[in-house]
Ligand binder design. Structure first.
Ligand code: SF4
Length: 181
């Protein structure tokens, strides 16, 4: 039976997913061994049940990120923090320096100070999710089995993870959780 694999994009730049695509011909091998059941690169709207492995790109920045992350955790056997934003907070967590009370400044900067036309923060429901007071790495929101560092993780490191996962081998542990590379 094929492994049910998902990839998710939270607060990240898509660079980690671009690195996944850099697997090149290994993607063809993967295609024969996994079902990609949810990902930014497939058209599935709802995160499915019974997922074996989910790679999570990006930090946890807003209420939408948090909500889907809890759903993913409940429906997935193995979570992988995929890239430095997921592992440490990295670039999106820079806004934490603004202080707890000033996270809304990010919206001011994006939608008002940098706007060339119609400067205003969109207010309609479902357009701009509520920001969390602090950006946090994935493992501060839910339990994570494995960490795959790098900005982005190089394709060889992603391949090393997928080869081990596909083989069903017990991963090498470093501390309490696995680190590749
Ligand atoms: S870890 Fe680097 S490449 Fe990946 S989402 Fe963050 S900034 Fe982008």
């Amino acid at each position: 039976m094929k492994l049910r694999v998902a990839t998710v994009w939270l607060g990240g730049c898509a660079g980690c997913h671009m690195s996944f695509l850099d697997l090149d011909e290994f993607l063809i091998e993967l295609a024969g061994k996994i079902d990609l059941v949810y990902s930014p690169v497939v058209d599935v709207k709802e995160f499915p049940e019974n997922v074996d492995v989910c790679l999570i790109e990006g930090a946890v920045c807003n209420e939408d990120n948090l909500e889907i992350l809890h759903k993913i955790r409940a429906r997935t056997k193995m979570l992988v923090s995929f890239g430095d934003c997921a592992v440490t907070g990295n670039v999106p967590a820079i806004r934490n320096q603004l202080g707890l009370e000033n996270s809304e400044n990010v919206l001011q900067r994006a939608y008002i100070e940098n706007a060339q036309n119609n400067p205003s923060v969109p207010k309609a429901d479902g357009i701009v999710p509520q920001l969390l007071k602090n950006v946090v790495p994935v493992h501060e929101a839910v339990y994570v089995e494995y960490f795959l560092p790098g900005c982005p993780p190089p394709a060889d490191r992603i391949k090393a993870l997928m080869v081990q996962v596909l083989s069903g081998a017990t991963p090498k542990l470093e501390g309490s959780q696995l680190k590749f590379g």
